[in-house]
Ligand binder design. Structure first.
Ligand SMILES: Cc1ncc(COP(=O)(O)O)c(C=O)c1O
Length: 437
Protein backbone atom coordinates (compact mmCIF):
# COMPACT_ATOMS: atom_id res chain seq x y z
CA UNK A 1 0.00 0.00 0.00
CA UNK A 2 1.45 3.38 -1.06
CA UNK A 3 0.84 6.79 0.55
CA UNK A 4 2.82 8.90 -1.94
CA UNK A 5 0.17 11.54 -2.57
CA UNK A 6 -0.84 11.64 1.10
CA UNK A 7 2.76 12.33 2.10
CA UNK A 8 3.05 15.15 -0.41
CA UNK A 9 -0.24 16.71 0.71
CA UNK A 10 0.70 16.37 4.38
CA UNK A 11 3.64 18.71 3.85
CA UNK A 12 1.39 21.25 2.12
CA UNK A 13 -1.28 21.01 4.81
CA UNK A 14 1.10 21.59 7.73
CA UNK A 15 2.44 24.70 5.96
CA UNK A 16 -0.94 26.41 6.04
CA UNK A 17 -3.13 24.64 8.64
CA UNK A 18 -1.89 24.40 12.25
CA UNK A 19 -1.98 20.69 13.06
CA UNK A 20 -2.62 19.90 9.39
CA UNK A 21 -6.37 19.47 9.92
CA UNK A 22 -9.32 20.70 11.96
CA UNK A 23 -9.72 18.11 14.70
CA UNK A 24 -6.74 16.99 16.80
CA UNK A 25 -8.12 13.44 16.94
CA UNK A 26 -7.69 13.25 13.15
CA UNK A 27 -4.12 14.57 13.26
CA UNK A 28 -0.97 12.97 11.88
CA UNK A 29 0.33 12.36 15.41
CA UNK A 30 -2.66 10.06 16.01
CA UNK A 31 -1.74 7.72 13.15
CA UNK A 32 1.33 5.68 12.19
CA UNK A 33 3.69 7.02 9.55
CA UNK A 34 2.40 4.44 7.11
CA UNK A 35 -1.16 5.71 6.99
CA UNK A 36 -3.55 7.57 4.72
CA UNK A 37 -3.28 11.35 5.19
CA UNK A 38 -6.46 12.44 3.44
CA UNK A 39 -9.76 10.79 2.57
CA UNK A 40 -11.55 11.76 -0.61
CA UNK A 41 -14.78 9.82 -0.33
CA UNK A 42 -16.76 7.31 1.69
CA UNK A 43 -19.63 4.94 1.04
CA UNK A 44 -21.27 2.88 3.75
CA UNK A 45 -18.48 1.65 5.99
CA UNK A 46 -15.72 2.10 3.38
CA UNK A 47 -13.50 5.10 2.65
CA UNK A 48 -11.04 5.87 -0.15
CA UNK A 49 -7.88 7.93 0.30
CA UNK A 50 -6.03 10.27 -2.06
CA UNK A 51 -3.78 7.43 -3.25
CA UNK A 52 -6.79 5.31 -4.22
CA UNK A 53 -6.47 2.96 -1.23
CA UNK A 54 -9.70 1.56 0.19
CA UNK A 55 -10.34 0.96 3.91
CA UNK A 56 -13.10 -0.32 6.13
CA UNK A 57 -13.45 2.48 8.65
CA UNK A 58 -14.25 2.13 12.36
CA UNK A 59 -15.36 4.91 14.71
CA UNK A 60 -16.51 6.81 11.63
CA UNK A 61 -16.61 10.61 11.87
CA UNK A 62 -15.30 10.37 15.43
CA UNK A 63 -18.41 8.28 16.24
CA UNK A 64 -20.81 10.70 14.54
CA UNK A 65 -21.56 8.61 11.45
CA UNK A 66 -23.67 5.73 12.72
CA UNK A 67 -25.74 4.87 9.64
CA UNK A 68 -22.85 4.93 7.17
CA UNK A 69 -21.23 7.40 4.79
CA UNK A 70 -23.56 8.82 2.17
CA UNK A 71 -26.65 7.24 3.78
CA UNK A 72 -29.25 8.14 1.21
CA UNK A 73 -32.34 8.88 3.28
CA UNK A 74 -30.40 11.33 5.43
CA UNK A 75 -28.48 12.90 2.53
CA UNK A 76 -31.75 13.30 0.58
CA UNK A 77 -33.52 14.94 3.53
CA UNK A 78 -30.63 17.37 3.97
CA UNK A 79 -30.41 18.11 0.27
CA UNK A 80 -34.15 18.74 -0.03
CA UNK A 81 -33.93 21.17 2.89
CA UNK A 82 -30.98 22.93 1.26
CA UNK A 83 -32.96 23.64 -1.87
CA UNK A 84 -35.80 25.05 0.22
CA UNK A 85 -33.55 27.44 2.14
CA UNK A 86 -31.04 26.86 4.91
CA UNK A 87 -31.35 29.93 7.07
CA UNK A 88 -34.18 32.49 7.40
CA UNK A 89 -34.81 35.59 9.49
CA UNK A 90 -37.31 33.79 11.68
CA UNK A 91 -37.00 30.23 12.99
CA UNK A 92 -37.83 27.40 10.61
CA UNK A 93 -40.82 25.19 11.34
CA UNK A 94 -38.39 22.29 11.49
CA UNK A 95 -36.89 23.70 14.71
CA UNK A 96 -40.18 23.11 16.48
CA UNK A 97 -41.10 19.84 14.78
CA UNK A 98 -37.75 18.17 15.37
CA UNK A 99 -37.63 19.47 18.97
CA UNK A 100 -40.94 17.70 19.62
CA UNK A 101 -39.76 14.46 18.02
CA UNK A 102 -36.49 14.49 19.95
CA UNK A 103 -38.09 15.23 23.31
CA UNK A 104 -40.26 12.16 22.75
CA UNK A 105 -37.24 9.83 22.87
CA UNK A 106 -35.46 11.37 25.88
CA UNK A 107 -37.98 10.66 28.62
CA UNK A 108 -36.91 13.05 31.39
CA UNK A 109 -36.21 16.10 29.21
CA UNK A 110 -38.81 18.86 29.00
CA UNK A 111 -37.07 21.45 26.83
CA UNK A 112 -34.33 21.38 24.20
CA UNK A 113 -32.03 23.84 22.52
CA UNK A 114 -29.97 22.99 19.43
CA UNK A 115 -26.37 23.83 18.65
CA UNK A 116 -23.77 22.71 16.12
CA UNK A 117 -21.07 21.09 18.27
CA UNK A 118 -21.19 18.92 21.33
CA UNK A 119 -19.16 21.53 23.15
CA UNK A 120 -21.84 24.15 22.44
CA UNK A 121 -24.13 22.00 24.54
CA UNK A 122 -21.81 21.01 27.39
CA UNK A 123 -20.56 24.59 27.79
CA UNK A 124 -24.13 25.88 27.72
CA UNK A 125 -25.07 23.33 30.38
CA UNK A 126 -22.34 24.72 32.61
CA UNK A 127 -23.43 28.30 31.92
CA UNK A 128 -27.05 27.48 32.78
CA UNK A 129 -25.96 25.69 35.94
CA UNK A 130 -23.87 28.70 36.93
CA UNK A 131 -26.78 31.05 36.34
CA UNK A 132 -29.27 28.77 38.10
CA UNK A 133 -27.15 28.19 41.20
CA UNK A 134 -25.23 31.48 41.32
CA UNK A 135 -21.99 29.44 41.66
CA UNK A 136 -18.88 29.26 39.47
CA UNK A 137 -17.16 25.90 39.84
CA UNK A 138 -17.72 22.63 37.99
CA UNK A 139 -16.79 19.09 39.04
CA UNK A 140 -15.85 16.45 36.46
CA UNK A 141 -14.54 12.87 36.67
CA UNK A 142 -10.76 12.64 36.38
CA UNK A 143 -11.10 9.51 34.26
CA UNK A 144 -13.16 11.03 31.46
CA UNK A 145 -10.91 12.37 28.70
CA UNK A 146 -13.10 14.87 26.88
CA UNK A 147 -16.16 16.97 27.67
CA UNK A 148 -15.70 20.20 25.69
CA UNK A 149 -13.33 22.19 23.51
CA UNK A 150 -13.93 25.21 25.73
CA UNK A 151 -11.62 26.66 28.36
CA UNK A 152 -13.46 25.27 31.40
CA UNK A 153 -12.54 21.76 30.22
CA UNK A 154 -9.33 22.16 28.17
CA UNK A 155 -7.84 24.16 31.05
CA UNK A 156 -8.10 20.97 33.13
CA UNK A 157 -6.11 18.84 30.66
CA UNK A 158 -2.39 18.38 30.07
CA UNK A 159 -2.63 21.00 27.30
CA UNK A 160 -3.89 24.15 29.03
CA UNK A 161 -1.90 26.65 26.91
CA UNK A 162 -3.64 30.01 26.50
CA UNK A 163 -6.17 29.47 29.30
CA UNK A 164 -5.97 31.80 32.32
CA UNK A 165 -5.26 30.27 35.70
CA UNK A 166 -8.44 31.93 37.02
CA UNK A 167 -10.49 29.77 34.61
CA UNK A 168 -8.51 26.64 35.34
CA UNK A 169 -9.10 26.95 39.07
CA UNK A 170 -12.85 26.68 38.57
CA UNK A 171 -12.80 23.07 37.30
CA UNK A 172 -12.16 20.37 39.89
CA UNK A 173 -11.95 16.60 39.53
CA UNK A 174 -13.27 13.57 41.38
CA UNK A 175 -12.82 9.84 40.80
CA UNK A 176 -15.50 7.98 38.88
CA UNK A 177 -17.33 5.35 40.97
CA UNK A 178 -15.97 6.91 44.17
CA UNK A 179 -18.70 8.88 45.94
CA UNK A 180 -16.39 9.95 48.74
CA UNK A 181 -14.10 11.74 46.33
CA UNK A 182 -17.06 13.74 45.01
CA UNK A 183 -18.40 14.50 48.46
CA UNK A 184 -14.92 15.69 49.50
CA UNK A 185 -15.06 18.25 46.67
CA UNK A 186 -18.44 19.55 47.82
CA UNK A 187 -17.01 19.82 51.34
CA UNK A 188 -13.77 21.46 50.17
CA UNK A 189 -15.58 24.10 48.12
CA UNK A 190 -18.76 24.78 50.08
CA UNK A 191 -21.47 26.58 48.13
CA UNK A 192 -19.20 26.92 45.09
CA UNK A 193 -19.87 23.98 42.75
CA UNK A 194 -22.59 24.74 40.22
CA UNK A 195 -22.79 21.28 38.71
CA UNK A 196 -21.27 17.90 38.05
CA UNK A 197 -20.86 17.19 34.35
CA UNK A 198 -20.02 13.61 33.42
CA UNK A 199 -20.58 10.80 31.01
CA UNK A 200 -22.77 8.15 32.63
CA UNK A 201 -20.04 5.60 31.92
CA UNK A 202 -16.96 5.01 29.81
CA UNK A 203 -15.57 1.47 29.63
CA UNK A 204 -16.55 0.50 33.20
CA UNK A 205 -20.16 0.35 34.29
CA UNK A 206 -21.25 2.52 37.19
CA UNK A 207 -21.42 0.66 40.51
CA UNK A 208 -24.92 -0.14 41.74
CA UNK A 209 -26.90 3.04 42.22
CA UNK A 210 -23.78 5.18 41.63
CA UNK A 211 -25.39 7.59 39.17
CA UNK A 212 -28.45 8.12 41.36
CA UNK A 213 -26.15 8.70 44.33
CA UNK A 214 -24.15 11.30 42.36
CA UNK A 215 -27.40 13.05 41.51
CA UNK A 216 -28.50 12.91 45.16
CA UNK A 217 -25.15 14.30 46.31
CA UNK A 218 -25.42 17.13 43.78
CA UNK A 219 -28.86 18.05 45.05
CA UNK A 220 -27.85 17.68 48.70
CA UNK A 221 -25.13 20.29 48.09
CA UNK A 222 -27.29 22.54 45.89
CA UNK A 223 -25.65 21.66 42.54
CA UNK A 224 -27.08 20.36 39.26
CA UNK A 225 -26.40 16.94 37.74
CA UNK A 226 -25.54 16.98 34.02
CA UNK A 227 -25.02 13.85 31.90
CA UNK A 228 -22.95 14.24 28.75
CA UNK A 229 -24.47 11.86 26.17
CA UNK A 230 -22.18 12.79 23.29
CA UNK A 231 -20.89 9.24 22.92
CA UNK A 232 -23.72 7.27 24.50
CA UNK A 233 -26.63 9.09 22.83
CA UNK A 234 -27.95 7.40 19.69
CA UNK A 235 -25.53 4.54 20.28
CA UNK A 236 -26.23 2.78 23.59
CA UNK A 237 -29.87 3.74 23.18
CA UNK A 238 -31.63 6.47 21.20
CA UNK A 239 -32.40 8.06 24.55
CA UNK A 240 -28.78 7.65 25.62
CA UNK A 241 -27.21 6.25 28.76
CA UNK A 242 -29.85 7.99 30.89
CA UNK A 243 -32.42 5.63 29.38
CA UNK A 244 -30.04 2.66 29.50
CA UNK A 245 -29.33 3.20 33.21
CA UNK A 246 -32.74 4.69 34.01
CA UNK A 247 -31.40 7.88 35.53
CA UNK A 248 -33.02 11.28 35.19
CA UNK A 249 -30.44 14.12 35.04
CA UNK A 250 -31.24 17.81 35.44
CA UNK A 251 -29.62 18.52 32.08
CA UNK A 252 -28.08 16.37 29.37
CA UNK A 253 -26.11 17.03 26.23
CA UNK A 254 -26.25 15.21 22.90
CA UNK A 255 -24.28 15.56 19.65
CA UNK A 256 -22.19 13.24 17.48
CA UNK A 257 -24.54 10.47 16.27
CA UNK A 258 -27.69 12.63 16.25
CA UNK A 259 -27.51 13.41 12.54
CA UNK A 260 -25.28 10.77 10.91
CA UNK A 261 -22.36 13.18 10.78
CA UNK A 262 -24.15 16.49 10.18
CA UNK A 263 -23.35 19.18 12.69
CA UNK A 264 -26.14 19.15 15.27
CA UNK A 265 -26.01 19.08 19.04
CA UNK A 266 -28.62 19.48 21.74
CA UNK A 267 -28.89 20.64 25.30
CA UNK A 268 -31.91 19.04 26.96
CA UNK A 269 -33.34 19.20 30.44
CA UNK A 270 -35.79 20.40 33.01
CA UNK A 271 -38.01 23.35 32.22
CA UNK A 272 -37.24 25.46 35.29
CA UNK A 273 -33.53 25.39 34.44
CA UNK A 274 -33.70 25.55 30.63
CA UNK A 275 -36.23 28.34 30.79
CA UNK A 276 -33.57 30.76 32.06
CA UNK A 277 -32.61 31.04 28.39
CA UNK A 278 -36.23 31.90 27.52
CA UNK A 279 -38.43 34.96 27.34
CA UNK A 280 -40.97 34.11 30.05
CA UNK A 281 -39.29 34.73 33.38
CA UNK A 282 -38.20 37.59 35.57
CA UNK A 283 -34.81 36.32 36.62
CA UNK A 284 -31.59 37.58 35.05
CA UNK A 285 -31.50 36.61 31.36
CA UNK A 286 -29.05 33.92 30.17
CA UNK A 287 -27.65 34.13 26.64
CA UNK A 288 -28.21 30.48 25.79
CA UNK A 289 -26.89 28.90 22.56
CA UNK A 290 -27.68 31.59 20.03
CA UNK A 291 -25.61 31.62 16.85
CA UNK A 292 -26.01 32.59 13.22
CA UNK A 293 -25.85 28.99 12.00
CA UNK A 294 -27.43 27.41 15.07
CA UNK A 295 -30.38 25.57 13.59
CA UNK A 296 -29.65 25.37 9.87
CA UNK A 297 -32.45 23.48 8.19
CA UNK A 298 -30.37 20.93 6.31
CA UNK A 299 -28.65 19.77 9.50
CA UNK A 300 -31.93 19.56 11.42
CA UNK A 301 -33.55 17.75 8.49
CA UNK A 302 -30.67 15.27 8.60
CA UNK A 303 -31.14 14.87 12.34
CA UNK A 304 -34.88 14.32 12.03
CA UNK A 305 -34.41 11.73 9.28
CA UNK A 306 -31.71 9.99 11.31
CA UNK A 307 -34.11 9.76 14.25
CA UNK A 308 -36.81 8.33 11.99
CA UNK A 309 -34.41 5.74 10.56
CA UNK A 310 -33.47 4.73 14.10
CA UNK A 311 -37.13 4.28 14.96
CA UNK A 312 -38.03 2.33 11.80
CA UNK A 313 -34.99 0.06 11.61
CA UNK A 314 -33.37 -1.56 14.60
CA UNK A 315 -30.22 0.57 14.34
CA UNK A 316 -29.29 0.40 18.02
CA UNK A 317 -29.89 -3.37 18.11
CA UNK A 318 -27.63 -3.84 15.08
CA UNK A 319 -24.85 -1.69 16.55
CA UNK A 320 -24.82 -3.95 19.60
CA UNK A 321 -25.03 -7.16 17.51
CA UNK A 322 -22.28 -6.18 15.10
CA UNK A 323 -20.01 -5.09 17.93
CA UNK A 324 -20.65 -8.44 19.64
CA UNK A 325 -19.59 -10.32 16.50
CA UNK A 326 -16.35 -8.34 16.43
CA UNK A 327 -15.74 -8.85 20.12
CA UNK A 328 -16.28 -12.61 19.97
CA UNK A 329 -14.15 -13.04 16.86
CA UNK A 330 -11.26 -10.92 18.12
CA UNK A 331 -11.39 -12.37 21.63
CA UNK A 332 -11.06 -15.87 20.18
CA UNK A 333 -7.87 -14.76 18.39
CA UNK A 334 -6.51 -13.09 21.54
CA UNK A 335 -7.13 -16.33 23.45
CA UNK A 336 -5.56 -18.49 20.74
CA UNK A 337 -2.44 -16.30 20.55
CA UNK A 338 -2.34 -16.01 24.35
CA UNK A 339 -2.29 -12.23 24.12
CA UNK A 340 -4.77 -11.58 26.94
CA UNK A 341 -2.31 -9.56 28.99
CA UNK A 342 -1.16 -7.50 25.99
CA UNK A 343 -4.18 -6.68 23.83
CA UNK A 344 -7.57 -6.05 25.40
CA UNK A 345 -11.10 -5.25 24.32
CA UNK A 346 -12.96 -2.68 26.38
CA UNK A 347 -16.34 -0.99 26.43
CA UNK A 348 -19.83 -1.92 25.36
CA UNK A 349 -20.28 -3.95 22.17
CA UNK A 350 -21.85 -0.94 20.43
CA UNK A 351 -18.81 1.15 21.32
CA UNK A 352 -15.87 -1.23 21.43
CA UNK A 353 -12.29 0.02 21.89
CA UNK A 354 -8.96 -1.75 22.21
CA UNK A 355 -6.09 -1.31 24.63
CA UNK A 356 -2.47 -2.12 23.81
CA UNK A 357 0.22 -3.18 26.25
CA UNK A 358 3.95 -3.80 25.83
CA UNK A 359 6.05 -6.80 26.89
CA UNK A 360 5.98 -5.47 30.49
CA UNK A 361 2.16 -5.30 30.36
CA UNK A 362 2.27 -1.49 30.53
CA UNK A 363 -0.10 0.61 28.38
CA UNK A 364 1.79 1.33 25.20
CA UNK A 365 1.43 3.96 22.50
CA UNK A 366 4.15 2.32 20.33
CA UNK A 367 2.20 -0.95 20.38
CA UNK A 368 -0.98 0.96 19.56
CA UNK A 369 0.92 2.41 16.59
CA UNK A 370 2.12 -1.01 15.49
CA UNK A 371 -1.41 -2.44 15.65
CA UNK A 372 -2.73 0.46 13.59
CA UNK A 373 0.14 0.13 11.11
CA UNK A 374 -0.56 -3.57 10.61
CA UNK A 375 -4.34 -3.12 10.29
CA UNK A 376 -3.98 -0.17 7.90
CA UNK A 377 -1.67 -2.30 5.76
CA UNK A 378 -4.55 -4.78 5.53
CA UNK A 379 -7.22 -2.23 4.63
CA UNK A 380 -8.62 -1.37 8.07
CA UNK A 381 -8.69 2.19 9.40
CA UNK A 382 -9.35 1.52 13.05
CA UNK A 383 -8.30 3.71 15.94
CA UNK A 384 -11.21 1.90 17.64
CA UNK A 385 -13.51 -1.03 16.90
CA UNK A 386 -16.65 1.10 16.81
CA UNK A 387 -19.16 -0.21 14.27
CA UNK A 388 -21.85 1.55 12.29
CA UNK A 389 -25.14 0.26 10.94
CA UNK A 390 -23.42 0.08 7.52
CA UNK A 391 -20.80 -2.51 8.49
CA UNK A 392 -21.72 -5.71 6.68
CA UNK A 393 -21.21 -9.31 7.71
CA UNK A 394 -18.41 -9.61 5.19
CA UNK A 395 -16.77 -6.41 6.53
CA UNK A 396 -16.80 -7.96 9.99
CA UNK A 397 -15.51 -11.33 8.78
CA UNK A 398 -12.67 -9.69 6.84
CA UNK A 399 -11.87 -7.43 9.79
CA UNK A 400 -11.56 -10.35 12.21
CA UNK A 401 -9.34 -12.24 9.79
CA UNK A 402 -7.04 -9.26 9.24
CA UNK A 403 -6.85 -8.47 12.95
CA UNK A 404 -5.75 -12.08 13.36
CA UNK A 405 -2.83 -11.42 11.00
CA UNK A 406 -2.00 -8.08 12.65
CA UNK A 407 -1.94 -9.69 16.09
CA UNK A 408 0.52 -12.33 14.89
CA UNK A 409 2.92 -9.47 14.05
CA UNK A 410 2.08 -7.84 17.40
CA UNK A 411 3.04 -11.05 19.18
CA UNK A 412 6.32 -11.29 17.31
CA UNK A 413 7.10 -7.67 18.25
CA UNK A 414 6.45 -8.47 21.91
CA UNK A 415 9.03 -11.23 21.71
CA UNK A 416 11.61 -9.75 19.38
CA UNK A 417 11.35 -6.03 20.12
CA UNK A 418 9.01 -3.50 18.56
CA UNK A 419 11.72 -1.60 16.67
CA UNK A 420 12.04 -4.55 14.32
CA UNK A 421 8.41 -4.14 13.22
CA UNK A 422 7.30 -0.54 13.78
CA UNK A 423 8.16 1.82 10.94
CA UNK A 424 8.69 5.40 12.09
CA UNK A 425 7.59 7.22 15.22
CA UNK A 426 4.88 6.30 17.70
CA UNK A 427 1.51 7.99 17.99
CA UNK A 428 1.18 10.36 20.98
CA UNK A 429 -1.72 11.48 23.17
CA UNK A 430 -3.49 14.65 21.96
CA UNK A 431 -3.32 16.14 25.43
CA UNK A 432 0.41 16.78 25.94
CA UNK A 433 1.95 20.14 26.81
CA UNK A 434 4.68 20.00 24.15
CA UNK A 435 4.88 18.38 20.74
CA UNK A 436 7.97 16.35 21.55
CA UNK A 437 7.22 13.57 24.03
C1 LIG B 1 -17.98 12.90 25.77
C2 LIG B 1 -17.79 14.08 24.87
N1 LIG B 1 -18.32 15.27 25.21
C3 LIG B 1 -18.19 16.37 24.43
C4 LIG B 1 -17.49 16.31 23.26
C5 LIG B 1 -17.35 17.55 22.43
O1 LIG B 1 -18.05 17.43 21.24
P1 LIG B 1 -17.65 18.33 19.95
O2 LIG B 1 -16.33 17.84 19.49
O3 LIG B 1 -18.76 18.04 18.98
O4 LIG B 1 -17.63 19.75 20.38
C6 LIG B 1 -16.91 15.10 22.85
C7 LIG B 1 -16.12 15.03 21.60
O5 LIG B 1 -15.40 14.11 21.31
C8 LIG B 1 -17.06 13.96 23.67
O6 LIG B 1 -16.51 12.78 23.35
Amino acid sequence: MKFTRSNHLRRRAHQIIPGGCHTYAKGDDQYPELSPGFIVRGKGSHVFDVDGNEFIEYGMGLRAVTLGHGYERVADAASKAMYEGINFLRPSLLELEYAEELLDVVPGAEMVKFGKHGSDATTAALKLARAYTGREMVAIPAQQPFLSVDDWFIGSTAMPGGIPESQRALTVKFDYNDLNSLESLFEAYPGSIACVIMEAAKEDDPDDNYLQSVKDLCHKYGALFVIDEMITGFRWDIGGAQKYYNIDPDLSTFGKAMANGFSVSALMGKRDIMNLGGLNHNRERVFLMSTTHGAETHALAAARETLRVYKELDVIGELWQKGAILRDGIQAIIDELRLNEFFELNGKDCCLVFGTRDQDRQRSQPFRTLFMQETIKRGLLMPSLIVSYAHTESDLKYTIEMIGEALVVYKKALGEGISKYLIGRSVAPVFRPYNSV
